[in-house]
Ligand binder design. Structure first.
Ligand code: MSP
Length: 810
């Protein structure tokens, strides 16, 4: 029987549908796509899964905020993710949505298995919950979540619990033995220390409590040894210790809302549940990796073939869910654990993780639109009727179509984004994104490096050899022989070096490619083929130089293919090698052999590949991110009349409230001028205050469209708690009830005009979709609406009893 091809199963996280995708999501998806393409090249039967995470309280609230039923809401946002991945040519094999029946079926089966195996019991939970992270948190209610900074909410409810505590030692063994390989080491260490417990609690014990017979300070291992003897520490591995009981059981159902997969009814009944339960969203979500393969369905052939997963790609903030809860669930259900989990770092903007809640996101669509403008038009085949617009030698062969179509532009720009993210960010580390850096990298590595090498080489083959790859003479007789071994040896060294890299060492990989391009470029410059071409006695040398350069281009393109599949396909075509995808599937790219380019190969139609980008492109993309920035002045919505290039970036002073409030767009840019009017020294009002520099007659505000207006979400809220903030004369801290949106903390600069007592119970109007900001170390999430004369007392807009809190004003 022939050997079955090796399989490779790779997943991205499934993305929450509470907001549209941004390039942070694209980053992980791109990494997944590159790995999937690379493993396919190696002849492995690869299954690449992505999808969306659509249940839970966060999504339920987002849908309520949008005023549409959750299913309709998730349908819409999930489609935005999928459409984007399709625009970007992501080669996923399946796209799972957690609201699909196939998923529901599998989750219920997993829940049943865990229950039948005795790892689930019913109890009640009182404690803090972070809705943003959908996580139970061991910290006081009302304080910021230690992970994301959002205020923790109190949850008191009947829950099903999973006996996570039973898996402390099995998890430590699994991770320590690398049966579950976790990378980078920082993620592995974080997970290990979470599972084994906090050693400081041992190191803080006195000699007496540890039973030491002396009072000298103890060495760490001495202390551990004593603690071990006393049963305070257990051992795993050789000399590794853990604190027994440090890992607590985990609530795996919710009973205070309904947007989720129901816990199987017979289990609810048997356990004596008094309320309907839905499965905790993380158990629901993690199970996607199984349900997409048909776990729990009639056809589990993919499940049999591909499980266990070879690699789960995750962002570093969700390693605990994947490396602790997930393998514990699987072990409890007698299912094999994944082989590897690797965490990417964060894309930062303005030194903060790019995220919807911070509002500092850049959308992939902006990059596609911006860099797509550089995409050269497709080259028409000879005789199609397009008239050449330029008569340079490279264009004589093929005529240019009037402009690139949308698909070409999207894929071209996606390649640039893929190249940039993987080249710029050492995998596993955080990396700052900026449009300027992307343009600089594009010009340096793609336009000047790779693109220039391709165009000069192919152009000369076209000119001196009528477009046929010449035959090299590697042993050039005579004294001024060209040392082709410079490139040949560099190519072999390059290949060897790449073989030592791990799958995810993208930035080292691309640095090596760039270095090889520099070697080849230097070789061409030193050999000066344009001079050789003038001397008929040097025809062999000329042929050799150009052959070697073309062969190097074949190597570079084949190597770059998984990262830049579209651009390398164009080069492959121009090199006369046809469809690179065929070379990918027949193994040529996975096993490049130096000298494999056949002399006599007729070049394809030549044309530009990487037009240079000028710096103006950054501004184009900034403008695309912020279509029409809106400001609110004197209580009126206003679009800025002019763009002030000197204005500070939009996040310039998020710590301190500004008098002018920007509500349009979402991005914070460090790299280009902002379109936001200058921040002012206005007092911390938290209401629509008057900035000193605002025009006196606000009626002059330009008109806005209804689309502009609906960007501002206004809702009825009731003040539940209100207090002064020590040492802040103008600020009040309020907790307001927003109905389905829950309770929020808002800081408002009205303390000089309203007392906390008169505020409590007031039904007011709040702008709810403002990005949270910090003042005096406290997060304020929203603003109160008030009317105020310049410098005068603000009058809070209030609403009568009877209108339910949370209702949206439209
Ligand atoms: N739904 C959960 C995951 C469930 S998986 C069973 C979730 N979704 S998420 O939409 O918040 O983000 C998921 C992932 O998107 C992150 O883990 C990360 O891979 C990627 N990123 C989102 N923002 C990112 C950055 N700013 N930078 C890098 N990756 C980012 O968590």
């Amino acid at each position: 029987m022939p050997d079955q091809p090796k399989t490779y199963y790779l997943t991205t996280p499934i993305y929450y549908v509470n907001a549209r995708p941004h390039i942070g999501h694209a980053y992980t998806t791109i990494v997944g796509d590159v790995l999937a393409r690379r493993h396919r090249l190696l002849g492995e039967e690869t299954f690449f899964l992505t999808g969306t995470d659509e249940h839970g309280q966060k999504i339920e609230r987002s849908a309520a905020a949008a005023g549409i039923p959750p299913q309709q809401f998730t349908d819409k946002v999930s489609a935005q993710f999928r459409t984007l991945w399709d625009r970007m040519g992501i080669t996923y094999n399946d796209y799972i949505r957690t609201t699909e029946p196939r998923h529901k079926q599998g989750v219920q089966q997993l829940f049943r298995k865990l229950y039948e195996n005795g790892f689930i019991y019913l109890d009640s939970y009182t404690g803090a919950y972070c809705v943003s992270d959908e996580a139970f948190v061991d910290a006081p209610v009302g304080t910021p979540c230690p992970d994301c900074g959002k205020l923790l909410e109190e949850v008191t409810e009947e829950n099903f619990f999973f006996k996570l505590s039973a898996f402390q030692k099995p998890l430590l063994d699994l991770i320590e033995s690398n049966k579950l390989a976790i990378t980078p080491p920082s993620a592995r260490n974080e997970v290990l220390s979470f599972v084994r417990g906090d050693w400081n609690s041992i190191l803080e014990l006195s000699n007496e409590e540890l039973g030491a017979e002396h009072s000298e300070p103890l060495e760490v291992f001495e202390a551990f040894d004593l603690a071990h003897q006393k049963g305070l520490l257990e051992k795993f591995g050789e000399d590794l210790y853990y604190i027994p009981g440090a890992l607590k059981d985990l609530s795996i159902s919710r009973s205070s809302f309904s947007w989720g997969i129901p816990v199987p009814e017979d289990i609810q009944k048997a356990a004596g549940a008094t309320k309907p339960h839905v499965v905790y969203v993380w158990l629901d979500a993690l199970a996607n990796y199984m349900t997409a393969l048909g776990y729990g369905s009639d056809d589990d052939s993919l499940w049999q073939k591909f499980w266990p997963a070879d690699l789960h790609l995750v962002g570093k903030e969700i390693t605990r869910f994947h490396c602790v809860y997930w393998p514990a669930f699987l072990m409890a259900a007698d299912i094999a654990t994944p082989k590897a989990i690797t965490a990417n770092g964060w894309l930062l903007f303005d030194n903060a993780k790019m995220s919807k809640s911070k509002g500092n996101v850049v959308r992939s669509e902006t990059i596609l639109e911006g860099f797509g403008r550089l995409c050269p038009p497709p080259l028409a085949l000879k005789g199609t009727g397009f008239s050449p617009s330029v008569t340079s030698p490279i264009r004589e062969e093929g005529a240019l179509a009037p402009e690139a179509n949308q698909r070409d532009r999207d894929l071209f720009a996606t390649d640039v984004l893929r190249y940039f993210l993987l080249r710029e960010i050492p995998f596993g580390q955080d990396g700052s994104f900026s449009f300027d850096a992307m343009i600089t990298r594009y010009n340096a590595d793609l336009a000047n490096g790779y693109g220039n090498l391709v165009s000069r080489t192919l152009n000369m083959i076209q000119q001196y050899f009528a477009g046929a790859v010449p035959s090299p003479i590697f042993e050039v007789p005579g004294t001024d022989a060209i040392d082709t071994s410079v490139v040949g040896a560099a190519a072999i060294a390059f290949q060897k070096k790449l073989a030592t890299l791990r799958d995810t060492d993208f930035s080292t990989f691309l640095t090596e490619v760039a270095a090889f391009i520099t070697v080849v470029d230097g070789f061409i410059s030193a050999a000066a083929p344009w001079k050789l071409a003038k001397d008929p006695t040097k025809a062999d040398q000329l042929a050799t130089v150009l052959y070697v350069s073309a062969e190097a281009i074949r190597w570079i393109s084949g190597t770059l293919f998984p990262i830049c599949p579209t651009i390398t396909a164009k080069v492959w075509q121009q090199l006369g090698l046809g469809d690179i995808n065929l070379a990918a599937t027949d193994g040529e790219l996975a096993h490049l052999i130096w000298g494999g380019l056949k002399p006599g190969t007729q070049l394809g139609t030549l044309g530009p590949i990487f037009p240079r980008a000028d710096k103006g492109l950054a501004q184009i993309m900034i403008d695309l991110e912020n279509p029409t920035p809106l400001t609110i002045e004197n209580g009126k919505l206003k679009t800025p009349a002019t763009t002030d290039p000197a204005a500070p970036p939009r996040t310039a002073s998020l710590d301190e409230p500004s008098g002018t409030l920007t509500v349009g767009g979402s991005a914070a840019h460090t790299t280009g001028p902002s379109t936001t009017p200058s921040h002012t020294e206005a007092p911390a009002s938290g209401i629509f205050a008057t900035p000193p520099a605002a025009p006196a007659v606000s009626d002059a505000s330009p008109e806005i469209t209804i689309d502009d207006f609906v960007k501002v979400e206004l809702r009825i809220a009731e003040v539940k708690v209100c207090e002064r903030i020590p040492k802040a004369d103008k600020l009040l801290r309020l907790e307001v009830d927003l109905g389905p949106l829950g309770t929020r903390q808002i800081l408002s600069g009205i303390a000089e005009h309203y007392t906390p007592e008169e505020m409590v119970g007031k039904r007011i109007i709040v702008i709810t979709n403002l990005a949270p900001r910090k003042m005096r170390g406290l997060e304020s999430h929203g603003m109160l609406l008030a009317a105020s004369e310049e410098g005068g007392k603000p009058f809070l807009a209030t609403v009568p009893e009877g209108v339910p809190v949370g209702t949206r004003l439209k």
